[in-house]
Design a protein around this ligand. Structure first.
Ligand code: NDP
Length: 399
């Protein structure tokens, strides 16, 4: 049916490429392009020989002209941006210049301020509309599936949703005292930032890790979880009817938190550049270089993830509760695609989002968050492509 250009060749891209190859009826040709071409070639070598034709290229996605030239040459139906959030705007610029559809999994973040917000990408709405192309923002798991779950709950189960708690539990054990499940720089920026949640029309800010709850996760059991700011809160608060409060919690083990605190205390998580032996280095980027590569955690991670949303609202005048979640097993993911579940739970929805834009099911010119599309085809595709969802109508609540 069509062609996709995938930018990036890291943990998430690895899974997305596997899934595109499994879905060769839709993804007839893909090009994997990243700064380090050898990583793209290694992925191609693993998957070559199937029905999907794979090409690779070297590209610096910070450079709009370079990207636009590559897009012109390959002529993809969609660009799936699986590089880092810093590249979102340059990739969107290149898509505009070449009138090509755009999909990503994380919102733009300026390299020098740890602040992720949609305002920079929402500013492209008119230009994408005029160009007749679609930008689908946040097609990973969270953001991504959490938005699709919210749209589905709204469409099928509620007249209004007043409370959403998004719960992200990773009970995987990789055996290292400290490692991050996806890009360490992005992950540590996210968890060391202040927390916040949306209540009664405004943001309430918390200190990092200030709010802790214990939750008994289906198929996993009790885990400590902490309130974080997370990007989908911003769009869901606007796009779901009747929201009074929306919060995001993520589980962390004690070892992770102790190491993080210590690294923070000695200044290793700072993004302010320092002089070191005549060079300017960013401590957090140096830390990334000494931590295990998330892509290497696959063979050693055991256990499950459970990510989902608890909704509270009204249907036909009565109070209603609804919990939608997915449970994913690290070892099963590794057996299937050679990656742990965090990359898997992001890479599968990335493929699905790209597919729905490519086959026209989710095309509307402009820039949209995932919950602004009809959730049904995405919900079906989750069951088909490896992330089956479960539901419960009497979940334990978070106080
Ligand atoms: P990795 O660090 O493993 O991979 C990032 C890839 O991007 C690498 O191949 C890197 O290649 C490439 N890259 C970085 N800069 C550039 C550039 N300027 N030009 C071209 N390529 C570049 O990250 P992950 O795979 O773990 O994460 C990918 C994305 O997914 C991130 O944006 C992350 O925030 C997002 N994510 C979203 C989640 C969700 O649920 N929504 C969950 C987890 C991740 P090289 O190093 O050679 O430059």
């Amino acid at each position: 049916m069509g062609k996709a250009l995938i930018i990036g060749a890291g943990g998430v891209a690895g899974v997305a490429v596997h899934k595109c190859c499994q879905n060769s009826e839709v993804f007839e040709e893909i090009m994997i392009a990243s700064r380090t071409k050898s990583r793209c070639d290694a992925l191609k070598a693993k998957l070559d020989g199937g029905k999907t034709k794979i090409y690779t290229a070297q590209v610096n996605a910070d450079n709009v002209d370079e990207l636009a030239a590559l897009i012109e040459k390959f002529k993809p139906d969609v660009v799936l941006n699986l590089a880092l959030p810093y590249q979102d705007l340059t990739v969107m610029d290149a898509c505009l210049a070449t009138k090509t559809n755009y999909v990503d999994t994380a919102n733009y973040e300026p390299p020098d301020t740890a602040k992720f917000e949609y305002k920079w990408q929402w500013a492209y709405r008119e230009r994408f509309k005029k160009a007749g192309i679609t930008a689908l923002l946040g097609s990973g798991f969270d953001p991504g599936v959490t938005g699709v779950f919210s749209a589905y709950a709204q469409k099928r189960h509620f007249d209004e949703i007043n409370y959403i708690d998004i719960l992200d539990c990773n009970a995987g054990d990789h055996g290292y005292p400290f490692a991050t499940n996806f890009n360490p720089e992005i992950n540590i920026r996210e968890v060391s930032a202040k927390g916040s949640y949306w209540e009664d029309g405004r943001w309430i800010e918390t200190e990092p890790m200030e709010i802790k709850r214990v939750y008994n996760f289906p198929e996993i059991g009790e885990k400590d979880m902490y309130l974080l700011h997370h990007e989908e809160l911003e769009s869901l608060a606007l796009n779901i009817n009747g929201i009074k409060r929306i919060r995001f919690f993520m589980t962390f083990g004690q070892s992770y938190l102790t190491h993080l605190k210590c690294l923070e205390n000695v200044g290793m998580t700072s993004i302010e550049p320092i002089e070191y032996q005549g060079m300017r280095i960013v401590p957090l980027q140096f830390l990334k270089a000494v931590l295990p590569d998330p892509a290497s955690l696959g063979p050693r991670t055991k256990g499950k993830t459970n990510i989902g949303c608890i909704f509270r609202g009204k249907k036909d005048g009565a109070d209603k509760l609804y919990y939608l979640y997915n449970v994913c097993d690290h070892e099963e993911c590794y057996r299937e695609v050679g990656s742990q579940a965090i990359s898997y739970t992001t890479g599968v929805p990335a493929m699905i989002g790209a597919m729905l834009v490519m086959n026209g099911v989710w095309q509307k010119p402009g820039v949209y968050n995932i919950e602004e599309f009809d959730p049904d085809p995405f919900m079906d595709a989750l069951n088909r492509w490896g992330l089956p969802w479960r539901e419960s109508f009497n979940p334990e609540l978070v106080d």
